[in-house]
Every structure is written in structure tokens, then in C-alpha cells.
Design a binder for this molecule. Structure first.
Ligand SMILES: *[C@@H]1O[C@H](CO)[C@@H](O)[C@H](O)[C@H]1NC(C)=O
Ligand SMILES: *[C@@H]1O[C@H](CO)[C@@H](O)[C@H](O)[C@H]1NC(C)=O
Ligand SMILES: *[C@@H]1O[C@H](CO)[C@@H](O)[C@H](O)[C@H]1NC(C)=O
Ligand SMILES: *[C@@H]1O[C@H](CO)[C@@H](O)[C@H](O)[C@H]1NC(C)=O
Ligand SMILES: *[C@@H]1O[C@H](CO)[C@@H](O)[C@H](O)[C@H]1NC(C)=O
Ligand SMILES: *[C@@H]1O[C@H](CO)[C@@H](O)[C@H](O)[C@H]1NC(C)=O
Ligand SMILES: *[C@@H]1O[C@H](CO)[C@@H](O)[C@H](O)[C@H]1NC(C)=O
Ligand SMILES: *[C@@H]1O[C@H](CO)[C@@H](O)[C@H](O)[C@H]1NC(C)=O
Ligand SMILES: *[C@@H]1O[C@H](CO)[C@@H](O)[C@H](O)[C@H]1NC(C)=O
Ligand SMILES: *[C@@H]1O[C@H](CO)[C@@H](O)[C@H](O)[C@H]1NC(C)=O
Ligand SMILES: *[C@@H]1O[C@H](CO)[C@@H](O)[C@H](O)[C@H]1NC(C)=O
Ligand SMILES: *[C@@H]1O[C@H](CO)[C@@H](O)[C@H](O)[C@H]1NC(C)=O
Length: 670
């Protein structure tokens, strides 16, 4: 029995002739979905209702509605005893203002549950509701009660059964018009944590449909991420959903996930809502857009709409740049896969310190270089998510990272120096460098930091220990083995073996970014033993870095913050290869002429935290739209491993000071 002492269901029904036009669109049932759930339209908006596992069941001895009928309903919880027009109007206004899923179309019926013992609905309230559609048909004022718990306030689809009414959660279907997702998904509410992929295709769009639940459902939920909508890179397992890693061949030989990655489960436990799986470069490679064969390359809303989304968390950065209805996208970074997509979409995104998040049940690339990050438009929300997600209960074990235990202070022990590496900066586009210089001057004055130009390459090469001074060796040797072995062992070899068995010795159909490497994979060079040796070699380099280059002092978690650019330096980089040949455009992943390694490779070697931060935008003339467009300008901020929260606190202070801002969705971030 629910705590509610009184529940009133008011059902408004159309009479045969209406004098005034309807204030709301009427319910239009479209089809039962393959999984038994319902799809319906209200006006030009399409919804899914989870009728298989309804959210709540209301006992109702008598109803004037026909058995089996369905009606959109708005649930309102209140402590008031007198339900008036003013009360309902202000509730409806707050729903309309705070939620994109609710609409007045759900006022076909209203379910008021009041905690007051003597609640009544007055005439003004009835008249108000009546105004939404013809004449009041029935008003049930007999007390009713929920089986189990009362549902959260918000829009539902009610289905009338004998002696009861079922309330199904509703999901507004958004068209993924930038085609950044593989598919939409929602919690099946089966009590077992199983998710369902959206079994609907709307012929009026070409796009996957993404189901988004009402935000109102979470208004009374005080968990840190309650109601936050999260897209997930399709290499994290979610129970009931297919994990593809961007490969149909992999999906073919892999059953639906029978469990959820602990990193994703943690988000669900924190109140987040998973809305779907987004596109990635196949097997988390760094493939350029024109190398994608299995999936169609996602679109970037910025600039002319023809800019790259980079790789591998491509659909994540671009979807956050695209959709107001999406709050976060989680992805992974082995070599650049969070940081560069964030750069080209002009959003916040990080590679956290090595080991900050478990990657159990996540398709691996390099076991000891993979990391989990999150994209967001709003610095405050990004910080809130990161601090809730990266807690010690889900750190990786040190025998997995091969590094010393993580120490992650949440303090104001800020860096004293801003390091400006001369072989990685200035930004390639001089207009973008102006944006960067203003950012640096604002940051240094806010934190009283000095700005120091230094040569990263020379500093490392100057190390006396030969095991740490050779950057070429560190990237091609230890990092090469770490980045190759885990995926070979866990993904490539099983896939190749299985495909051979199934298809008369054939090699699986995969994208060119991986095919040659897998065909000639050498297990003499890359194996479990060389992997362990590589971990030790990497650890020597990390220990050196944390004592000599970015180190802790009594006053600073990381004595310096190092800046560099992981993106195209304020130039546009395009999804269409030839467009990048122009000097006004740029390819990605360019190693600067005097550097030994790309800036992207620094933290995969040294385990440090590397955040991509949007700081501005600059114009370019587009050879796609033949119009002036804007390209985002971002900067990467690097601190010693473990100083993630201190860097987040710095970012919060910079947001408070107006130096950093929430970016917009669409063509321009600012
Ligand atoms: C959908 O209908 C609403 C009015 O109900 C209208 O404002 C909106 O422009 C319509 N959208 C589209 C895409 O037709
Ligand atoms: C309900 O009871 C409370 C307290 O007894 C009283 O103040 C209130 O006026 C009553 N409301 C109605 C609508 O009768
Ligand atoms: C939930 O899981 C249990 C144990 O795996 C199973 O017996 C039960 O049928 C499942 N329930 C649903 C609704 O799938
Ligand atoms: C790490 O070490 C713990 C205890 O020493 C052990 O139980 C665990 O299996 C090890 N994990 C790996 C990945 O080696
Ligand atoms: C940085 O140092 C390296 C190694 O000494 C040198 O080759 C390179 O030219 C330097 N780069 C710049 C921009 O000074
Ligand atoms: C700023 O830092 C310098 C050292 O770099 C120090 O001498 C000075 O006192 C600091 N100023 C403030 C206001 O903290
Ligand atoms: C190299 O090391 C020497 C000796 O410690 C030092 O004087 C010099 O400044 C260092 N150079 C660089 C580029 O770090
Ligand atoms: C650095 O390592 C690379 C690759 O292992 C090797 O070819 C090169 O000779 C080394 N350079 C030095 C200066 O030792
Ligand atoms: C694999 O690498 C080893 C060691 O470098 C080499 O001897 C061997 O020829 C390689 N095997 C193949 C098939 O290339
Ligand atoms: C557009 O094309 C013109 C003519 O080929 C070229 O000069 C210009 O650099 C191109 N612009 C961009 C942004 O690629
Ligand atoms: C700057 O852009 C030019 C033209 O695209 C390119 O050749 C050069 O490699 C870029 N430099 C850096 C450091 O990215
Ligand atoms: C940043 O610094 C510039 C001058 O370099 C100044 O005009 C601007 O107001 C500063 N912005 C903020 C938000 O402090």
C-alpha cells in the first residue's frame, strides 16, 4: 500500500461535438513494438511506453474507461488538501518549463495523489482540466491506492485493466539527425536491470530514434546524477544490449550482454538514465572518417556540418555538441579517443589519470592504457559527474595498471606554473592562438601562476636514465605492446578463430584500420610475457615523470599544469579526406616537426590526467557551405596522475570567474 492517503483520477474525454478547438493533441496509438511495449504519437511527437513492465499499478474498483483502453496521464504529487486551478496551473507550468518530454497532451487524464487526508478537487480545478478537452467525463474521487510504491510525478501512459490501472513510463523519441548513435535503448524495468534497444524505426526519418524519459521522474530523487541522460560508447556492456565495438562481425559472434559494466552500473546507481549506444571507430581504433566501412561516419554539428568527429569516441563528442536533450556521453581513451573528439566538437572531455575507473566488461584496446572519460557541455555538470563517478570503489587495481596506487586529493592545491611546450604550441591557426593567449593570461592571473615556456622533448631527453630518455622507444616499445596485446588476446584472436570456423577459413570483414595489424600480428613480439615487461618499463617512465616533470609539492598536487593542443590547432579538419589538403585546413594526429611524439601520447605513457577544454572559436571559409563558419578552439590541460579533482576544482574556479563557459549545441559552441 502506498503512503498516499488519497488518489484521485480525473479523466477528461472528448464529447462528440466541440465548439472550441482542442488545446491538446489526442492520443494516437501507432503499433505494438516487437518487445511488447507500445509506440504512440501525440501530435507530431512519438513516444514509447513501457507497458510490459509498468512503473506502477493503481487499484481502482470501478472505472468508466473501457477495459484495455489507454490514455496519456499526468501524475501530480502534492501535500495540499485543496486542489485548485492555481495549484494545477503552476504545476503544469513547472512541468512544461523543466521538462522536454511532458506536454499538455498528457493532460488527457490527471492523477493527483495528495498526502493530505481530506484532499478534494475544487470546481476551478475541474474547469481548468476541462478546458483541455471538451467536457469532463468522469471524476473519480474515491480513495485508491497503489500496489507497491507510488510512481514519481510526470507523464505516463495509463492502461485500464480489470480493477486496476497500469501506469507505464513514457519515453519521447528524438531523431538522432546527426546519426551519431548506433541505437537508442531504455531500461526494461524488469527488476533485473535489463535494457531494451528501441525496436522502432520511423520512416519519416533516416535516423536511429533515441528514447528520453521525462526529467520530472527524477525531481524528487536526490542522487547525484538523478535523471541525467547518458549516451554510452558501444564498447561498454549493458545487460540485454548488443555490444558491437563498431563491428557487425563482432556482434555476429557475440551474444547480447548478460551483465552491465560496473562503470555503467555505477552511473545507473547514481540515478543516471542510459539512452543509447553511440558510434565509435571500429575496435576503438584511431581510424580517419574515410576509413569507416562498417558504420556510416557520424556527423559533427559544428561549423559547416562537414567537420570530423575524430575517433574513436566519435559519436559521443558529436552527440553532446548536437543535442540539448542529451547531458553526457561516456567513452574511452587509449591514445586520444576522448580528448580529440572533445576537441573537434568543442566540448569538455577527459582522459583521467590511469586507473581511475574500472574497465571491466568494456571491450579493451590496451589493458593498461585504456581509460574512461565523459563528454559534457557544462563545466559544472562535467565536474559533478566526474567527482561522482571517479570514486575509489571503482579504481583499477595496481597490478592491472602496473603503477603505484592512486592518490586523488580533492583540494585547492593548485599548480604554480603553466608549462607552455614550445614544440607543441603555438596553435597552428594564429587567430586561435590569440584566444589561447587570452585564456592563459586569465588563468595565470586568477591563480597567480607563472607561465613558463619549455621544451618537453628536450626535458625528457635530458634524463640521465636511458630507460626514460628515449621517447621513440617508449611509444613504439612498451606502449606499442600494451596497446596491441590486450585487444588481440580478448577480441581479435577469438573473433578471427570463430569466423574461420564458421565461414570455411575466412578472415572476418573488418575495417582497414585494424585489418593489416591483425593479419600480421606477431605473438613472438606481443604476448603475455612481453606485456608484463612493457608494464614495468612504463612504470619506470611514470616514476621518473612524477619526480622530475610533473610532481607534487607541499603546496601543489601537480606543481605544473601543462598545455598543448590535441586538435587541429584552430583549423577545420574535415570528414572528407581531400578537403584536408588545403593549407587552411588540417589533418588530425599530426606530430609537430620538432617533437618526438604527438602530444596525445604523453599521458598514455605517463599515466597523467589530460582534459580537453573548449575556450573559443575562430572563423573559416567553408568549401562545403561556401559560407563563413566557426571552428571550435580547445586546449588540453595536463596534470600529474592523481590530480584530476584538483584540476576539476581549478576549472570550477575558472567557470566562476567567467573564463570558462557552458558551450552551446549546434553550429557554434559560443
Ligand atoms: C510540432 O507541433 C508543434 C505544435 O504542436 C509545433 O510547434 C512544431 O513546430 C511541430 N514540429 C514539427 C517538426 O513539425
Ligand atoms: C483539511 O484538513 C486540514 C487540517 O485539518 C484543514 O486545515 C484544511 O482546511 C482541510 N482541507 C479541506 C479542503 O477541507
Ligand atoms: C530475473 O532474473 C532471475 C534470475 O536470473 C530470473 O529467474 C527471472 O526470470 C528474471 N526476471 C525477469 C523479469 O526477467
Ligand atoms: C591483482 O592482485 C590481487 C591480489 O594480489 C589478485 O587477487 C588479483 O587477481 C590480481 N589481478 C590481476 C589482474 O592480476
Ligand atoms: C626541442 O628540443 C628538441 C631536442 O633537443 C629539439 O630537437 C627541438 O628542435 C626543440 N624544439 C623547439 C621548438 O625548440
Ligand atoms: C604570486 O606568486 C609569486 C611567486 O610566483 C609570489 O611572490 C606572490 O606573493 C604571489 N602573489 C599572490 C597574491 O599570491
Ligand atoms: C638538462 O640537464 C642539465 C643538468 O641537470 C640542466 O642544466 C639543463 O637545464 C637541462 N636541460 C633541459 C632542457 O632540461
Ligand atoms: C630510441 O629507441 C629507438 C626505438 O627503440 C631506437 O631505434 C633508437 O636508436 C633509440 N635512440 C637512442 C638515442 O637510443
Ligand atoms: C615475429 O617477430 C620475431 C621477433 O622479432 C621475428 O623473429 C619473427 O620473424 C616475426 N614473425 C613474423 C611472422 O613476422
Ligand atoms: C577552400 O578552397 C580554396 C580554393 O581551393 C582554398 O584556397 C582554401 O584554403 C580552402 N579553405 C579551406 C578552409 O579549406
Ligand atoms: C600546421 O598546418 C600546416 C598546414 O596544414 C601543416 O603542414 C603543419 O604540419 C601544421 N603544424 C602543426 C604543428 O600542426
Ligand atoms: C581575460 O583577459 C582579457 C585580457 O587579456 C580581459 O579582457 C578579459 O576580460 C578577461 N576575461 C575574464 C573572464 O577574466
Amino acid at each position: 500500500m502506498a503512503a498516499m492517503s488519497l488518489v484521485l483520477l480525473l479523466t477528461l474525454c472528448i464529447t462528440s461535438i466541440l465548439s472550441a478547438p482542442l488545446k491538446r493533441n489526442s492520443y494516437n496509438y501507432i503499433q505494438p513494438l516487437a518487445n511488447g511495449d507500445a509506440q504512440f504519437d501525440l501530435g507530431n511527437r512519438s513516444y514509447i511506453a513501457n507497458v510490459v513492465n509498468p512503473k506502477a499499478v493503481l487499484d481502482l474498483s470501478s472505472s468508466t474507461l473501457p477495459i484495455g483502453s489507454s490514455v496519456p496521464v499526468t501524475v501530480i504529487s502534492t501535500t495540499e488538501s485543496l486542489i485548485t486551478q492555481d495549484l494545477l496551473q503552476s504545476v503544469v507550468a513547472s512541468y512544461l518549463q523543466g521538462d522536454d518530454v511532458f506536454s499538455e497532451d498528457f493532460l488527457a487524464a490527471v492523477l493527483v495523489s495528495s498526502a493530505a487526508t481530506n484532499a478534494t478537487v475544487d470546481a476551478s480545478a475541474l474547469a481548468y482540466l476541462n478546458s483541455y478537452e471538451g467536457q469532463l467525463f468522469v471524476s473519480g474521487s474515491s480513495p485508491a491506492s497503489f500496489q507497491g510504491s507510488a510512481p514519481p510525478s510526470g507523464p505516463y501512459l495509463a492502461t485500464v485493466k480489470v480493477g486496476l490501472i497500469e501506469l507505464a513510463s513514457v519515453y519521447l523519441l528524438y531523431a538522432d539527425s546527426y546519426r551519431d548513435f548506433l541505437y537508442g535503448a531504455y531500461d526494461s524495468n524488469d527488476g533485473n536491470g535489463t535494457f531494451t534497444s528501441v525496436p522502432a524505426y520511423l520512416a519519416r526519418y533516416w535516423n536511429p530514434m533515441i528514447p528520453v524519459p521525462s526529467r520530472i521522474y527524477s525531481w524528487a530523487d536526490d542522487r547525484p546524477l538523478a535523471g541525467e541522460r547518458v549516451a554510452v560508447k558501444d564498447l561498454y556492456d549493458i545487460k540485454g544490449l548488443q555490444t558491437s565495438g563498431g563491428s557487425q562481425a563482432w556482434a555476429y559472434v557475440t551474444p547480447l550482454a548478460d551483465g552491465t559494466a560496473p562503470s555503467v552500473q555505477k552511473l545507473i546507481d547514481l540515478g543516471a538514465v542510459i539512452v543509447g549506444k553511440y558510434k565509435l571507430a571500429q575496435f576503438a581504433s584511431g581510424a580517419d572518417p574515410w576509413q569507416w566501412q562498417d558504420e556510416h561516419y557520424p556527423f559533427n554539428p559544428r561549423g559547416d556540418g562537414w567537420l570530423t568527429c575524430s575517433a574513436s569516441s566519435s559519436g559521443g563528442g558529436c552527440s553532446i555538441a548536437a543535442y540539448e536533450w542529451l547531458d553526457y556521453a561516456i567513452g574511452s581513451d587509449t591514445g586520444s579517443s576522448m580528448r580529440r573528439p572533445a576537441a573537434v566538437s568543442g566540448v569538455y572531455g577527459q582522459r583521467p589519470s590511469q586507473g581511475l575507473m574500472t574497465l571491466e566488461r568494456v571491450m579493451p584496446l590496451g589493458g593498461a592504457t585504456d581509460t574512461a572519460g565523459v563528454f559534457c557541455r557544462d563545466p559544472y555538470k562535467w565536474i559533478r559527474f566526474s567527482k561522482a563517478w571517479y570514486t575509489p570503489d571503482t579504481y583499477q587495481s595496481t597490478n592491472l595498471t602496473g603503477l603505484s596506487p592512486l592518490v586523488v586529493p580533492d583540494s585547492q592545491a593548485y599548480p604554480k606554473r603553466i608549462l607552455y611546450p614550445v614544440e607543441y604550441l603555438p596553435l597552428n591557426n594564429s587567430a586561435a592562438e590569440v584566444v589561447l593567449q587570452e585564456f592563459i593570461s586569465n588563468m595565470s592571473s586568477l591563480f597567480n601562476m607563472t607561465v613558463e615556456k619549455f621544451n618537453f622533448t628536450a626535458t625528457v631527453q635530458n634524463a640521465t636514465d636511458a630507460r626514460v630518455s628515449n621517447l621513440t622507444y617508449l611509444t613504439s616499445g612498451p606502449l606499442g605492446v600494451i596497446n596491441a596485446w590486450t585487444q588481440w588476446d580478448v577480441v581479435a584472436k577469438p573473433l578471427i578463430t570463430k569466423w574461420k570456423e564458421l565461414f570455411d577459413g575466412r578472415f572476418p570483414p573488418i575495417d582497414p584500420a585494424r585489418r593489416p595489424g591483425w593479419v600480421k600480428f606477431n605473438e613472438t613480439l606481443n604476448n603475455a610475457a612481453t606485456y608484463q615487461t612493457a608494464l614495468q618499463a612504463k612504470n619506470v617512465a611514470v616514476e621518473w615523470y612524477e619526480q622530475n616533470l610533473q610532481f607534487s609539492t607541499a603546496e601543489s598536487c601537480s606543481e605544473s599544469v601543462m598545455l598543448y593542443d590535441i586538435g587541429p590547432g584552430g583549423k577545420p579538419s574535415f570528414r572528407e579526406q581531400n578537403l584536408n589538403e588545403s593549407p587552411a585546413a588540417s589533418y588530425l594526429a599530426i606530430k609537430p616537426p620538432t617533437a618526438k611524439i604527438t602530444g596525445a601520447n604523453i599521458c598514455p605513457i605517463y599515466g597523467c590526467a589530460d582534459f580537453t577544454i573548449p575556450i573559443g572559436q575562430v572563423p573559416y571559409f567553408s568549401n562545403v557551405t561556401y559560407h563563413e563558419e566557426m571552428v571550435p578552439v580547445t586546449i588540453n590541460m595536463v596534470v600529474k596522475r592523481g590530480c584530476d579533482f584538483v584540476l576539476l576544482n581549478m576549472i570550477e574556479k575558472m567557470a566562476d570567474a567567467g573564463i570558462l563557459k557552458t558551450v552551446k549545441t549546434g553550429r557554434t559552441p559560443f
